[in-house]
Write a protein that binds this ligand. Structure first.
Ligand SMILES: Nc1nc2c(ncn2[C@@H]2O[C@H](COP(=O)(O)OP(=O)(O)O)[C@@H](O)[C@H]2O)c(=O)[nH]1
Ligand SMILES: [Mg+2]
Ligand SMILES: [Zn+2]
Length: 319
C-alpha cells in the first residue's frame, strides 16, 4: 500500500503502549503512543512527532482494510493495509476446511485479495489430501475454482511459482504488503524464512531493544525483503490459529463465499421465505435443486449437498 503521506511512518509491530516504527527515511525506532486512544496495528501508517523523546506516535492514518481474527469471544485486529493475504495450507497435518472458509469470508468482507498456497507439495500424499480438502470449501458450481499455488520449502525450486506471483504483485504496486495467514504447522515460518532470508536478523534487532528476550509469535510483524533482486516487498508474519471464529460476520458476508445459493435462486426463483436458510424451510429452491441434482447428476448433487452442510455449520457460528 503506497505511503499515503510523505512523512507517514510504518508500524512494524505493536506491543501495547509501544510500537516499532519505520520512519519515512527508513529509520527504525521504538515509539510511544500519544494519548490513550491510539491502537496501532502492524503495517499501519502513522504520523510521528520526533520533537518528543522518545518519539511519539501522534496519529494513525485511515486504514484501507483490517485483518481481523476472533479469539474466544474477543475480536482482535492483527494487521492493516494489506494488498494480499497468502492463505497457507497443507495436507500434513490436515488443515481444517471450515476454519479456512471462515477466514476467506472475513477477507472478502474486508476487500482483501487472497491467494491460496498449498505448502509441502514435496509430500505427494499430503498434496492430494490438501487438494481434496480445498474442494470442500471453495465455491463449486458453476463458478471457477479459486486458483492455488503449490509450494514447498523443502524441494529445489519449490517456491518458484510463489516468488513469480509475489514479484508480479510487487511490480504492479509500490510498497506491496503481503501477509502470511494460516493454522499452526502449515509452514508459515518456513515460508517467511525462505522469502525473507534475513528475517531472524530483522527480528533480533527489534526484540533485543525491547528487552523481551523471547521471540514471541503472538504478534504480527512486518518484514522487508526483495525477491531475486526484484522490487521491494513487505511480508507480515501473523500468529497461527487453530480455530477461526466469525461472530463478526453476518449472513450476507457468508453468502459471498456461497454464491451457489444466489445462482440457484436466479435460475429457479426465490425461496418462499426471503430469509430462507436453505435448511428445513418449505418452498426452498436450494433444497429442491439439490434433490433434483442428486437424481440427475449425483456427483454434482453430492458436492452441493456437502456445501449446504458446510453453509449450515458456518451460519450457526456467524452473527
Ligand atoms: N515436508 C515439508 N515440510 C515442511 C515444509 N514447510 C514446512 N515444513 C515443516 O512443517 C512443520 C511446521 O512448519 P512451520 O514453518 O513451523 O509452520 P507454522 O506453524 O505455520 O509457522 C515444520 O516441521 C517444518 O519443517 C515443506 O514445504 N515440506
Ligand atoms: Mg510459525
Ligand atoms: Zn432456501
Amino acid at each position: 500500500m503506497r505511503r499515503p503521506h510523505p512523512d507517514a511512518a510504518r508500524i512494524i509491530s505493536a506491543h501495547g503502549r509501544q510500537a516499532w516504527v519505520e520512519t519515512a527515511t527508513g529509520q527504525v525506532a521504538l515509539c510511544h503512543l500519544k494519548g490513550r486512544d491510539l491502537d496501532p496495528l502492524a503495517n499501519d501508517w502513522v504520523l510521528v512527532d520526533s520533537s518528543d523523546h522518545p518519539t511519539v506516535i501522534s496519529a494513525i492514518l485511515d486504514r484501507t482494510n483490517t485483518l481481523y481474527r476472533q479469539e474466544g469471544q474477543k475480536i482482535k485486529a492483527l494487521a492493516a493495509n494489506l494488498d494480499l493475504v497468502l492463505i497457507v495450507l497443507a495436507g500434513e497435518p490436515k488443515f481444517a476446511p471450515d476454519a479456512i472458509a471462515r477466514l476467506v469470508a472475513s477477507l472478502i468482507e474486508q476487500n482483501i485479495d487472497f491467494q491460496i498456497v498449498v505448502n509441502k507439495s514435496d509430500l505427494p500424499q499430503a498434496l492430494e489430501t490438501a487438494k481434496d480438502l480445498i474442494k470442500g470449501f471453495q465455491p463449486t458450481w458453476p463458478s471457477e475454482p479459486w486458483p492455488i499455488i503449490e509450494a514447498s520449502t523443502r524441494a529445489d525450486g519449490g517456491l518458484v511459482r510463489l516468488e513469480t506471483h509475489l514479484t508480479t504483485a510487487a511490480n504492479s504496486r509500490p510498497d506491496t504488503c503481503v501477509a502470511l495467514v494460516g493454522q499452526s504447522g502449515m509452514g508459515k515460518s518456513s515460508l517467511l524464512n525462505a522469502l525473507v532470508p534475513d528475517a531472524q536478523a530483522q527480528t533480533n534487532t527489534i526484540s533485543f531493544a525491547l528487552q523481551s528476550g523471547r521471540h514471541t509469535t503472538t504478534v504480527s510483524r512486518v518484514y522487508q525483503t526483495q525477491i531475486q533482486e526484484g522490487p521491494s516487498l513487505r511480508v507480515i508474519d501473523t500468529p497461527g490459529f487453530q480455530r477461526f471464529g466469525i461472530s463478526h460476520l453476518d449472513r450476507s458476508d457468508l453468502e459471498r463465499i456461497f454464491p451457489e445459493w444466489q445462482r440457484i435462486n436466479e435460475a429457479d426463483g426465490s425461496c418462499r421465505f426471503y430469509n430462507c436458510s436453505h435448511d428445513h424451510e418449505p418452498g426452498c429452491q436450494v433444497q429442491a435443486r439439490i434433490h433434483q441434482l442428486e437424481k440427475d447428476d449425483p456427483t454434482l448433487g453430492r458436492l452441493l449437498e456437502a456445501r449446504r452442510q458446510q453453509w449450515l455449520r458456518l451460519l450457526k457460528t456467524s452473527a
